[in-house]
Design a protein around this ligand. Structure first.
Ligand code: GAL
Length: 966
């Protein structure tokens, strides 16, 4: 099978390629109407590491649902201290007891586990979101001292404050923009753990769709050389000159945290798809202290292989920073050589060839997992789109996760890359700049869009904001055009279309011709169209039950069914193409029905990625390089014998012939846009369609009437998984009859057990179903909806098997065994168990004689006793002498209940340890650890350490102090 046939087979579509002189291969066995593809045998690609200084920080988080208001300080002194760096209070405090919070890993969407509640926001899918907290402890190697230490969060929904070691290091005002927090000055090394605390406010929203809640994208720890390329600091988007020769202008932005300017050499090399060097260049720069500098050079390439939708050839730009001949930093950035052009008369050109944009709008959202989309699931979804001939996605209406763009580069999917907020003020301009800096090297991105359907679009304010945003964007990326998604006002005297390169139409399809006549020099694209309604597997609308037929008949008033909508675009060469609203159903924005409906039904595929009738129609409309045919509805209608039934056939061939139980029902010339229709009395049996080109059969499809369900069946998306603790795949569950035929009408509840993997989500594509989408890791339940349900599993680590069992009352259970291969997990920052630290101490002045352990500074005296942190020695003194250290601690729950051990990792000098007025341990001269027992007891406990310094020797708390349960 060639690539296209493989894709078709994997899409569950029937196709035969007519190759002259070659006998046609057998029709893929999809005749029982089972709508899912054959299992794949390949693992999804692991994305190459572009920045080796980054490491995933997805594991080892603790989560608390709900807010934890910071306690009001009790005294003036507490107030004074709480205002100081490092001294955050409440759940942001270094010493906060999070030991009973839930252990979670990223990506994490806490809203996905919430029940549907009628009073919650309709657009967000009736799920309460609210406020939540995350904490994580992190140890840094002493060898990392001197490096730049940065935390990166790819997306936190929605607003967030991040503390590290008790100081705020970032505020985030958008769930779609990454947060890069330089924590170098705050970091601690060795035994002294760093504590990250994050308060997430998801009661805020930025969109009108389900946005999830929490740390729903990856997090990273970056440990960079002190002189290195900054994050997102390489721009290397290829250019073709007038003579047709290719170059890669490379600009690397460098930073330096040392105390002197640093001389470095930047070396850039172009590697071909096999990793062989094609060319290289280098340049020397001096990097100023605590500042940045751009190093620019050009790679002269000549005539590379081009990137295209069909052949997405990727090269790599490797940028290295050398200091005195040693490589201190490295980036490896995939790039593609392709030209893009939007023409006002002829649409979009990729590599000087007209390519109609056959796109879909998508949100980052899937059944079960919500917005916390594992990479492998994201990849699977893109493959589903590609298999129906879709060649473009618009991540409406926000910045996508970086992995989406990496996959689009690899599979040849074009991207309209979108900014969230229509706002040119500095905060929002920074979000736009971040987006362009992060994404401008991706060959898949062919156009930017700044906003969607903004009411200010035909006002002077809107024009001025757009003008400024375009200028911001073009300063960072002069290579790609910009559009905005306008719903009307295209010809208003004042409107924002004048400020952008391509006019984006949301709906208003009857205005294409008008606009083109009035502004014939301006390219047009449909940024959004269709908004058709289909409930997967339903073939009769039932407004009372909130069900929309899957015949292509229903659409929003502002949209149109799939047939006429695409015809408007396909018939007009001057319309570059379009983006269907939407590729997949998504939680929230239930339309046209709201409660108890919780998700949309706009998708070509449902919330689980099960295809609707629209999938067959779009395949017929969009696939050019292989014949396809499909038919709807299914053929299991007990009780409807003799009643009239509509059959629709969707094909891209020339003629289609339908037959029922071997009886010829006639041949029709194919209508690729609308499909072909037959009406006939229903009779059980087998309905067949054959599609012909030039008289030869090129594709077939059929449905057979199924009997009552007798057994369950489990079908994986892949019959192999990576045992890397990361790999995820959806498993389809359906019921079959005595002959093994899919029964499309079964709606039974199913129970699952899983070994060797964890269930991370459950779904069935029913927008009206309120069953929970999450379950225990190894046991869950979900009803079939119109014959199908899905469970999503994440493989455990190591070689072995994933064993899944499904059971439903009265049916034979199904068992599935999937190979789990020994694949090394991607590097993750080690998980650290949090211990209570006693970091903040007051230290007295020196005394010649041993002072009383009761000695203490007066409340409000912030001056005569020093504030010191454990790990800071007292300087040597010729006289030696006594000093007293005081701290107080509220023991965490376990110690409060059962007592624990107080451990001083390193104390210099003779010492006495007192707890709550009791002497609990002594230590002799010299430097050593000291431990003492803290008896059980809650509330504030007093700790006193009396230290006698030796002459001319540093003394006191040389290392961390921790308190742990026995
Ligand atoms: C559009 C909007 C989309 C979605 C859609 C539903 O107007 O841009 O985000 O709301 O309507 O039809």
């Amino acid at each position: 099978m060639n690539r296209r046939q493989l894709l078709l087979a994997s899409a569950g579509l029937s196709a035969l390629r007519a190759v002259p002189g070659v006998a046609a291969a057998a029709v893929p066995k999809q005749t029982d109407g089972f709508p899912m593809p054959q299992p794949e045998t390949q693992l999804p690609p692991r994305l190459p590491q572009q920045d080796p200084a980054r490491m995933l920080l997805d594991l080892g988080w603790r989560f608390h649902g709900g807010d934890i208001p910071a306690p009001a300080p009790a005294s003036h002194n507490d107030t004074y201290l709480s205002a100081m760096a490092g001294n955050a209070i409440g759940a942001a405090a270094v010493l906060y007891d999070d030991s009973d919070w839930a252990a979670v890993r990223l990506p994490h969407d806490w809203a996905a586990a919430q029940p549907y509640v009628h009073s919650a926001n309709v657009s967000q899918g009736y799920r309460p979101r609210g406020i939540g907290w995350y904490r994580r402890t992190l140890l840094l190697d002493p060898a990392d001292r001197g490096k730049t230490i940065e935390l990166q969060f790819d997306g936190i929904a929605t607003n967030a404050t991040i503390w590290v070691n008790g100081s705020v290091v970032a505020h985030s005002w958008s769930g779609y923009a990454s947060i890069h927090a330089d924590i170098t000055p705050f970091a601690t090394y060795g035994d002294e753990p760093n504590v990250i605390a994050i308060r997430v406010d998801a009661s805020a929203w930025e969109g009108w769709w389900y946005e999830g809640a929490g740390l729903y994208r990856h997090a990273w720890l970056v440990r960079r050389a002190p002189v290195a390329i900054v994050s997102d600091g390489v721009h290397c988007d290829p250019r073709r000159d007038a003579a047709g020769r290719w170059h890669v202008p490379v600009v690397a932005t460098l930073g330096n945290i040392e105390r002197a300017a640093a001389a470095v050499t930047i070396e850039a090399a172009l590697l071909d798809p096999d990793g062989r060097e094609v060319t290289h260049a280098s340049v020397a720069v001096s990097v100023p202290v605590l500042d940045q500098v751009d190093a620019a050079l050009t790679l002269d390439v000549g005539d590379p292989k081009l990137w295209s939708v069909e052949t997405p050839t990727l090269y790599t730009v490797r940028v290295r920073v050398l200091r005195e001949g040693t490589v201190v930093d490295l980036r490896q950035i995939p790039i593609g050589f392709r030209t893009i052009r939007f023409d006002a008369a002829q649409g979009f050109f990729l590599n000087d060839r007209a390519v109609k944009i056959k796109g879909v709008c998508i949100h980052q959202d899937h059944a079960g997992v919500g917005t916390a989309m594992p990479d492998a699931l994201l990849y699977w979804r893109l493959q589903r789109l590609k298999a129906m001939g879709c060649n473009a996605v618009r991540m409406s209406s926000n910045a996508p996760t970086a992995e989406l763009l990496d996959y689009c580069d690899r599979i040849g999917m074009l991207v309209m890359n979108e900014n969230r907020h229509f706002n040119s003020s500095p905060d929002y301009k920074a979000q736009l700049e971040w987006l362009v800096r992060r994404d401008r090297n991706h060959p898949s991105i062919i156009i930017w869009t700044l906003w969607n359907e903004e009411p200010l679009k035909s006002t002077p304010q809107g024009v001025e904001m757009t003008r400024r945003m375009v200028a911001t964007l073009k300063r960072l990326d002069s290579a790609r055009p910009v559009t905005v998604a306008m719903n009307g006002a295209f010809n208003d005297p004042v409107n924002t279309s004048t400020e952008v390169d391509v006019t984006g139409f949301n709906y208003y399809q009857d205005q294409y011709d008008v606009y083109h006549r009035l502004v014939p020099t301006k390219p047009i694209i449909s940024t959004e169209d269709t908004s058709a309604y289909q409930t997967r597997g339903a073939f009769e609308s039932d407004p009372k039950a909130h069900v929309a037929t899957s015949y292509d008949r229903e659409a929003a008033g502002w949209g149109a069914p799939h047939g006429p909508s695409w015809k408007m675009i396909a018939d007009r060469p001057f319309v570059a193409g379009g983006f269907v609203w939407t590729g997949f159903d998504y939680h929230g924005e239930p339309t046209p029905y709201d409660w108890p409906t919780t998700s949309s039904v706009f998708g070509i595929l449902d919330l689980c990625g099960f295809p609707k009738t629209a999938f067959g129609l779009r395949s017929a409309q969009w696939i050019d390089d292989a014949p396809v045919v499909s038919l709807a509805p299914h053929w299991t209608w007990p009780g409807r014998e003799g009643q009239s039934i509509d059959v629709v056939v969707m094909s891209n061939a020339e003629r289609v012939t339908l037959s029922l139980n071997g009886r010829d029902l006639g041949t029709q010339p194919v209508d690729r846009f609308l499909g072909n229709s037959w009406k006939m009395p229903y009779a059980p049996g087998r309905i067949d369609v054959v599609a012909r080109r030039s008289g030869r059969i090129v594709a077939r499809a059929a449905h057979e009437t199924a009997g009552p369900p007798v057994a369950l069946r489990l079908t994986p998306a892949r019959n192999v998984m990576a045992g890397d603790g990361e790999d995820v795949q959806p498993i389809t569950v359906d019921a079959i009859d005595a002959h093994g035929r899919h029964v499309p009408t079964t709606n039974l509840p199913v129970d699952f057990t899983v070994q060797g993997a964890a269930i991370i989500g459950l779904g069935n594509g029913d927008p009206n179903c309120h069953e929970p989408e999450q379950s225990a890791a190894h046991a869950g339940a979900r009803s079939l909806f119109n014959g199908l349900a899905q469970l999503i599993v994440r493989a455990d680590v190591g070689r072995g098997r994933v064993l899944i069992e499904a059971r439903a009352g009265g049916l034979k259970p199904a068992r599935l065994s999937i190979d789990r291969l020994a694949i090394a997990p991607p590097p993750q920052v080690a998980v650290t168990v949090s211990a209570q630290r006693i970091a903040q101490w007051r230290r007295s002045m020196r005394f010649a004689e041993r002072p009383s352990p009761d000695l203490a500074p007066a409340d409000g005296d912030n001056n005569s006793w020093a504030f010191v942190r454990a790990g800071t020695p007292s300087p040597p003194d010729a006289a030696g002498g006594w000093q007293l250290y005081r701290a107080s601690v509220e023991p965490w729950r376990a110690v409060a209940a059962g007592g624990g051990t107080l451990r001083f990792a390193s104390v210099a000098g003779r010492a006495e340890l007192w707890i709550d007025g009791q002497r609990v341990a002594d230590k002799g001269p010299g430097t050593a650890a000291l431990t003492g027992r803290m008896p059980a007891g809650a509330g504030r406990r007093r700790i006193v350490l009396l230290v006698q310094a030796e002459r001319d020797t540093a003394s006191g708390l040389l290392g961390p102090v921790t308190l742990a349960a026995d």
